[in-house]
Design a protein around this ligand. Sequence first.
Ligand SMILES: [Zn+2]
Length: 461
Amino acid sequence: MVVLAGFSVVVSQTKPAPRRPAPVRNRAIANIVREIDARNIEATIRKLVSFGTRNTLSEQNDPKRGIGAARDWLYAEFLKAAAASNGRMTVEKQSYEQAKAARVPQPTIVTNVVATLKGSQPEATDRIYVVSGHYDSMCNTPVDAKCDAPGANDDASGTAAVLEMARVMAKYEFDATIVFMAVAGEEQSLLGSTHFAEQAKEKNWNIDAMFTNDIVGNTLGGNGVRDRGTVRVFSEGVPSNETPAEATTRRSVGGENDSASRQLARFIKETSEAFVPQMKVMMVYRRDRYGRGGDHIPFLEHGYPAVRFTEVNEEFRHQHQNVRVENGVQFGDLPEFVDFAYVANVARVNAASLAALAWAPSRPKGVTILSQRLSNDTELKWDANKEPELAGYEIVWRDTTAAVWTNSKAVGNVTSFTMKGMSKDNYFFGVRAIDKDGNRSPVSYPKPLVRSQPAATPSSM
Ligand SMILES: [Zn+2]
């Protein structure tokens, strides 16, 4: 047994006893969760379905039918939400002309509706969290602009969740900035989200996390399983934008289970357990469903941490189908198959996590493990956070085979710490920042810092 400052750690070759921190009770987050209302979500989904089709190639100037009507209605609704923000939320239509492409037979205007709730803390306002759903829809084929494509679940559900979050959260003041977004062109191959991610990269925006909500409303799967209490969160392990040099490092020291996106998924799980106990977050350790994609992928490819939310059991008779009855079976993505209370719970998981992120300090930057010196201790270093209400840092760790962080230790307001007697060979370590109200950042996973002058002693080899 090794005694560290005011804290004892059992060090042995066996698994350390789990010591997970008690969840922080933040009253404002609990209020946000409570204010999310399934009735608003139902009304939004029904309204979006009423436009007949929201195919990206459909009518842009008809006030009643097509994607243009949906776009203008969403813009007006986000503006209503912004009215409660005291000028902190602004709403814009972000448009560009998409050239002819595989699923775009002629040049087409693609428009994202983007509501930005500016953060109030000078040190954090440039840190951005993005949450999206896609408001376009499709029937059997993405190039049929005329068919009815209600898209109640895919993806009016995600769009309605985002609009409801904007309505509730616009009243609150966050340290960091939150972007609530309804994108188009998803079914045409992620056009709207790609455009946004490219713009963000070009403008050097500091997007610290992105959530996409896509197909978050069906609770009776095609497999006959009813699950109203679980949502999947997909996160990639190896980053989509990993460089060859980073791959070499990862092969040497590990980390294929510790991308920033995976830390984000763990953060969402921990936050959700504290604030939305009626929902279970099922982390799926892959980028998306098997061989499929979504609007988080362009963000990942541009180096932004991102995850996807989706129901657990999909029903493919209600996705990408012409509305019809065949042998007594109803096909089509109709509102009668959406569980509005469940969508509200998914929105609560999102909102609690976004609020926790936007009130927490930034995840520590420049986190390294000193790697050249052979030692049974683990020396960690990081850069100081700049937020004024910072209280300090926690080191977290787990066995290399564990799915989530199992242990943590508060180390005070310092920028280096040595875990004595705990070898970096035997555990994964991480660092997170914590503020005076107990808000914790997601975990930063360290990179190895190789010293030019090896300090290994012969006795330690
Ligand atoms: Zn979708």
